[in-house]
Design a protein around this ligand. Structure first.
Ligand SMILES: [Fe+2]
Ligand SMILES: [Fe+2]
Length: 277
């Protein structure tokens, strides 16, 4: 069994320096890896990135991240990526990594992803060039992650994104903004590799559990949703099951099973970052 810890949308900045790391003490007792699903900073500055690096470096388990839209705000995403990697944090964008862990080989492929919406209420590559560019950008990022996922030589595969692959985990957000919170292209990419888990953030007012049409369990790990430093999901015997056989089994996989989430991080009370949307 592999224990996957995950969190996103920590939105670190000078006002919340040092607020995450105390909650990561002993994480190796609960998890084998930590995934960060983007929006690590408030405004995508290198100063904020130094804080992120200090919070998550050398925590005792491998850390794998994707960036979020906030991390792009200052057009410094390449510098941010280099800084995080220098701190020992793997940053994925249309790429993947295989980690040899005690419970097996864990493959993680990731992308920030982008919006566009979900079947029946989505954008399409039609009309103005701006609309075509918007949807093509979303498709291109998802396709790159799908290729990386399928190429992983691993026992378990996880799709790591900032934007959501499904609408399930957006429940609680205004329906009008769903197309700006995710894209079904990301679910297609995860399903193309029969991923065991899809982890995302970005939807601060959404809910934790969902499932793709192909049966991949989806977890929204935005900090305001989790309301704890991280969640832990177990992959392997007795762990998170892929759904199959129709809507009912997919609903069960979406979170009603006691096996669907195992273990938790430290409680988050008293941390300003935990209350920010
Ligand atoms: Fe966010
Ligand atoms: Fe975001």
């Amino acid at each position: 069994m592999i224990r996957v810890a995950a969190v996103s949308d920590v939105h670190l900045g000078p006002d919340v320096t040092g607020t995450i790391r105390p909650h990561l003490a002993g994480i190796a007792d609960h998890a084998d890896v930590l995934l960060l699903a983007g929006d690590l900073t408030q405004h995508g500055t290198t100063d904020e990135t130094e804080i992120v690096a200090a919070e998550f470096r050398d925590i005792g388990v491998p850390v794998v991240a994707v960036l979020g839209n906030h991390d792009y705000q200052c057009d410094s995403q390449d510098a941010i990526t280099r800084m995080l990697q220098a701190a020992g944090i793997t940053v994925l964008e249309g790429s993947g990594i295989v980690l040899g862990l005690p419970g097996g080989r864990l493959g993680v492929a990731g992308t920030k992803g982008f919006g566009g919406g979900f079947p029946g209420r989505c954008g399409s590559e039609f009309g103005e060039p701006e609309m075509k560019a918007f949807v093509r950008h979303s498709r291109r990022l998802a396709d790159a992650m799908g290729t990386a996922l399928r190429d992983l030589d691993a026992d378990f595969r996880v799709a790591l994104t900032h934007y959501s692959p499904v609408a399930d985990t957006l429940a609680g957000e205004p329906p009008e903004i769903y197309p700006f919170l995710g894209s079904y292209f990301l679910a297609e990419a995860a399903d193309s590799a029969a991923a065991e888990l899809a982890v995302h953030g970005h939807a601060h007012a959404g809910q934790e559990c969902g499932v793709t049409p192909g049966g991949t369990p989806v977890r929204n790990v935005a900090l305001p949703v989790l309301r704890r430093a991280y969640a832990v999901y177990c992959l392997g015997p007795g762990g998170l099951p892929r759904a199959s056989g129709g809507a009912e089994s997919r609903r069960r996989s979406a979170g009603s099973s006691p096996l669907a989430r195992t273990g938790v991080g430290e409680p988050s009370s008293g941390n300003r970052a935990f209350a920010r949307r």
